[in-house]
Design a protein around this ligand. Structure first.
Ligand code: BGP
Length: 459
């Protein structure tokens, strides 16, 4: 079958500043929690690969942009590092302004639309030292940073994003304890999540006030419908709770302008209502988004809890992750592959969120030790990644055909990049980087396929 995507569909790739730029402690940048954590506990990081250099986009962005143009990308998402633009949270670093302006201009010169995100897990260290997202102060600091970014780059960047996956930071940092500050405390997680929601809200407010001609603002969330193990009442209850905490907690306020009533109730019953909740409802209602980005890698499946939970692990008393016996697994990363979810999410956006414009802001296949798939010419022959994207695009296409308002597809990522505690273990790029030869780039088979995909606007 021939699958053509809508006219002017956005084809591109996504990345973030901390995972690609490098020069993490030079050129006027101050440390984020990642730089500091690596300094304190380097052994936590895969092969002691830290955030200092990453893929050196700071030096190599012109080469990358030229390669993007070669493959025909018409859009690219990355982030600004708050710690580079405003190293002390007050003053603007002129070198950062020059760097980002040249980078964004280079994209525009090649007809690649920059979609710019303000925050990708990289809390400044100076602010973390004052409580990070636990402190309400972070809300106004973030809104101020957003305003500065709109002023500095609003002439070049039209599509803005406040946050990438805020809930991942809430969960990884405050609930499951694997990202800094590695706390396990549901009460703190709620407070942090709430402050991130407010930071998002007031950044949208700053955006409306900046009045950027042709400008739009959105948020990027890691979202799929939650799938229950069975139709039983207890599994369905678990499904609703997981959906509420993981999906609706951010998607509802961002799009519909209110925190779900059942979430407020759940928090109240557990005496977890965040401090200062009551005064912010009007702002949340007033500053909703223009579009949504959804990152999708794997589905979330749950069942009713099978083990007794302690209060400290509050979500565990509501639901438990469940491994579907029939699942397909990406053998190179261990994650379930379930492309059908992209259709389900498309229908969810159509029916539950007023058919707001949205795009797939990340989708891709992580592969460990990918160098083993090099062919004789030195290119990585990643047919598995081509198959992965094709399958997902088929279900996305089906969702669009059913009327869902999806305007683009971004793969994670363009060049292999550094990933938090996983370093360079799992590779995702359309281009490989060679860590032994100063991040030398080379196109993979999937890159050539992606080019054809864009040329044909489908496959
Ligand atoms: C997403 C993040 C990205 C990226 C990706 C791949 O959740 O937004 O930053 O890291 O996941 O995950 P990983 O590198 O752990 O395989």
């Amino acid at each position: 079958a021939i699958m053509l995507f809508p006219k002017n569909f956005l084809w591109g790739a996504a990345a973030s500043a901390p995972q690609t730029e490098g020069h993490s402690s030079t050129n006027g940048k101050s440390p984020s929690i990642w730089d500091k954590w690596f300094e304190i506990a380097p052994d936590k990081f895969y092969q002691r690969q830290g955030p200092e250099n990453t893929s050196d986009v700071y030096d190599l962005y012109l080469e990358d942009v030229a390669n993007m143009a070669k493959l025909g990308l018409n859009s690219y998402r990355t982030s600004i590092a708050w710690t580079r633009l405003m190293p002390d949270g007050v003053h603007v670093n002129p070198e950062a302004v020059t760097f980002y302006r040249q980078y964004f201009q280079a994209l525009l010169d090649h007809h690649i639309e920059p979609i710019i995100n303000l925050f990708h897990f990289d809390m400044p260290w100076w602010l973390m030292a004052r409580g990070g997202w636990e402190s309400r102060e972070a809300v106004s600091k973030f809104a101020n940073y957003a305003q500065v970014a709109f002023e500095q780059f609003g002439d070049l960047v039209k599509r803005w994003v406040t946050f990438n996956e805020p809930l991942v930071q809430v969960k990884a940092g405050y609930l499951y304890g694997f990202h800094y500050p590695a706390v396990v405390n549901f009460r703190k997680a709620v407070q942090v999540g709430y402050h991130m929601l407010l930071a998002h809200t007031f950044a949208v407010q700053a955006f409306r006030q900046a009045n950027i001609a042709g400008g739009q603002i959105g948020i990027i969330l890691d979202v799929t419908p939650v799938y229950a193990k069975t139709e039983s009442a207890s599994d369905q209850r678990a499904q609703r709770a997981a959906d509420l905490l993981n999906i609706r907690s951010f998607l509802d306020p961002a799009v519909l302008g209110h925190v779900p009533d059942d979430l407020l109730e759940l928090l109240e019953v557990n005496q977890l209502t965040p401090i200062s909740l009551l005064g912010d409802g009007a702002a949340i209602a007033a500053y909703t988004v223009d579009f949504i980005g959804l990152n999708y890698y794997r589905p979330k499946r749950v069942q009713a809890p099978t083990k007794p939970a302690t209060p400290a692990k509050m979500p565990n008393e509501l639901y438990e992750d469940y491994e579907w016996p029939a699942r397909r697994i990406n053998p190179y990363r261990g994650w379930e592959i379930y492309p059908e979810a992209l259709y389900d999410v498309a229908i969810m956006m159509r029916d539950q969120y007023g058919n707001i414009p949205w795009f797939v802001s990340e989708n891709g296949m992580g592969v460990a030790n990918e160098a083993r798939f090099k062919d004789a010419s030195g290119h990585i022959n990643d047919q598995y990644r081509i198959d992965f994207m094709k399958e997902h695009l088929q279900y996305l296409h089906k969702g669009i055909a059913a009327g869902s308002n999806c305007f683009g597809y971004h793969t994670w990522t363009f060049v292999d990049c550094w990933s938090w505690l996983n370093g360079y273990h799992n590779r995702y790029g359309l281009y490989s980087v060679d860590l032994d030869h100063h991040y030398q780039r080379q196109v993979k088979q999937s890159g050539l396929w992606f080019k054809q995909l864009i040329t044909d606007n489908g496959f």
